[in-house]
Design a protein around this ligand. Sequence first.
Ligand code: FDA
Length: 515
Amino acid sequence: AHNHEDFVQCLSHYSNSSSISQLIYTQANSSYSSVLNFSIQNPRFSSPSTPKPLVIITPLQLSHVQAAINCSRQHGMQVRVRSGGHDYEGLSYVSDVPFIVIDLIEMRSINVDLETSTAWVEAGATIGEVYYRIAEKSRTLCFPAGVCPTVGVGGHFSGGGYGTLLRKYGLAADNVIDAHIVDVQGRFLDRESMGEDLFWAIRGGGGASFGVVLAWKIQLLPVPSTVTVFTLDKNLEQNATKLIHRWQYVADKLDEDLFIRIILQTVNSSSEGGSSEITIQASFNSLFLGGVDRLIPLMENSFPELGLTREDCLEMSWIESILYFAGFPSEEESMGVLLNRTVSGVLLSYKAKSDYVRKPIPEAAFEGIWEKMYEEEVGRAILIFSPYGARMAEISESETPFPHRAGNIYKIQHLIYWEKEQSSVESQRHISWMRELYAYFTPYVSKNPRAAYMNYRDLDIGVNSNNITSYTQSSIWGIKYFKNNFNRLVHVKTRVDPTNFFRNEQSIPPLSSRV
Ligand code: FDA
């Protein structure tokens, strides 16, 4: 039933475009591995034992996507759709059953329209490319999305998508105003023809359960020509624990123009005897939508304990702040790096999890977190605390499938990185460590459900077993990502894909499979 040769045959018949054969990579093709590996972000899923797609197709246009969907359906092939390849669990290019990958890398045009302050962005574009194309035309327009420029808009916008502008403007998904999608029948739909419930579902519910997103229309938003950034590093001797504790009482209540996140990690600090010691470092990493003259009094009023001075601050344009947060030189001349689709340097394997904090974590509890972080000597553990409040608290829980709104002080991202050369036993050890850390956090984070962010995909919180999707089984992870919105997602799925063609380990089940 899974005859990929028939599938390839079908593709060439379906599309009367002669070019399609050049867009198909089977395992016999010499470019197959480079095409597959190009956007893999997590080397954990590029080992020889990782299941590989039978065919990769890189469509150039709508008809190629339609052919891929129609032929997959006819020949019983499972489909995985990949845009930027940043899925934390590799779901866009790994499956346990025979499958093909539709890789949208060639469909990435971006059209910015200054007249309406909108842009059409094809799904294969990265957010770095979006930022670049906006800045090319205007220095006072922006778009609220993620920090890492290589993230793809296909997965990112459909799962939420946030960055330093989330307190001011919410998520990327909150600012999507139209979309183009190909459904299970191979039909092309826009917002009007897909209907409001499907349009709702793909803005936070993940695209992969519903079809292939081809493009998004996004609302660009105003940003002052001068913004201010700062990063203040504090280790334990510099009162980091007290400052983090205090931050929890102010971070979500600060002026909407002010975003201060905390990045926590272990670092080497050399002590007096010259020997190096491990300590915890908290980096208070901030974007302010205005000049330093307005920022300093704001900080003196709301978070004087941090002791921010003018000398700690840098004024720049918004696009330079994008470069700053991405770790590049923050000068407009280096803007071109935002067009790079690959990350420079060695890719590390990683495992991540997410949590939401609704009540400040007691100071004493942080001591236990530090102990846990000291235990992990080989890998690199990072915790990122991202503040909510402001715009995030104004949008209702049901406005989009993303339900983590009012009542959340901040989100935690737990991360552990390690070198890919390490054995699978070593990898398992890092993953176990991550699970223990997550267990340690249990008393301090959201409960019933223990909420999680879908774009930080974590298969530990539940999966659809054996590819048989059941409502009961799926609701275990579904409620954590979507709370009550899970039920509406199931209803949309039942209407648009009743046979569950678009499925993966964490796809929304249709009601017919309710058991
Ligand atoms: P990928 O192509 O792997 O797709 C992810 C999921 O979406 C898969 O299930 C896939 O099938 C589906 N999908 C992709 N394209 C689709 C399409 N066109 N139609 C339908 N379904 C589609 N998040 C965040 O909010 N803020 C941040 O700052 C960051 N930063 C960050 C940095 C790094 C280094 C990584 C690896 C990840 C992040 N993320 C993030 C998480 C990111 O938002 C998440 O992984 C996105 O789903 C990635 O989208 P891609 O298109 O790149 O992934």
